[in-house]
Design a protein around this ligand. Structure first.
Ligand SMILES: Cc1cc2nc3c(=O)[nH]c(=O)nc-3n(C[C@H](O)[C@H](O)[C@H](O)COP(=O)(O)OP(=O)(O)OC[C@H]3O[C@@H](n4cnc5c(N)ncnc54)[C@H](O)[C@@H]3O)c2cc1C
Length: 140
């Protein structure tokens, strides 16, 4: 938290949010992990789109396309439904199931990208031999 507060000390509203955040409440995620589900995507005149509503792990490679899809769907809902709150409700109803499915699929694919203990041991044992023989860049 000290590091974050230092890095974002000049950023608005990040500095304010970090000052008000209890370090115990901080969620730290690696590149293979998804952000927890956001229970509500809108309230009053406020609506979330893109990573703020649905951030998959960066390794899944899905976040940017989902952000664009959600932006287009939100624009459609605002175009077709005059009351903003009703438009936001329709937008969440149309998008939530799809993004959660994509995030779940990405999480399943991520499990195949990480090596299990057996594969890790085999890699550690065989890689030095392979780099000296088959994968040796100096060998023709
Ligand atoms: C390492 C890494 C690799 C990734 N690889 C992929 C990939 O291969 N394929 C893929 O589809 N996705 C990938 N993603 C995810 C993708 O980058 C995001 O899902 C996507 O950028 C989300 O778009 P967004 O518009 O919601 O948010 P962002 O792109 O984060 O845009 C938010 C913008 O708001 C600005 N901002 C923040 N606060 C304020 C403020 N107070 N005032 C004004 N502006 C503000 C920020 O500076 C930022 O420009 C990757 C992410 C990471 C971190």
């Amino acid at each position: 938290m000290d590091r974050l507060r230092d890095i974002y000390s000049d950023e608005i509203p990040a500095a304010k949010i970090l000052t008000a955040t209890d370090p115990e409440a901080l969620t730290v995620l690696g590149s293979m992990q998804d952000m927890p589900k956001v229970p509500r995507w809108h309230r009053g005149r406020m609506v979330l789109v893109g990573d703020s509503a649905h951030a998959p792990s960066s390794s899944s490679g899905q976040g940017a396309s989902m952000a664009v899809e959600s932006a287009v769907e939100l624009a459609r809902c605002l175009r077709d439904i005059p009351a903003p709150e009703a438009a936001f409700t329709a937008y969440e109803r149309l998008r939530r199931a799809r993004v959660e499915k994509v995030i779940d699929r990405g999480a399943k694919a991520n499990t195949t990208k990480t090596l299990g203990p057996f594969a890790k041991t085999m890699m550690r044992l065989t890689l030095p031999i392979l780099t000296r023989t088959l994968l040796n860049p100096n060998e023709p």
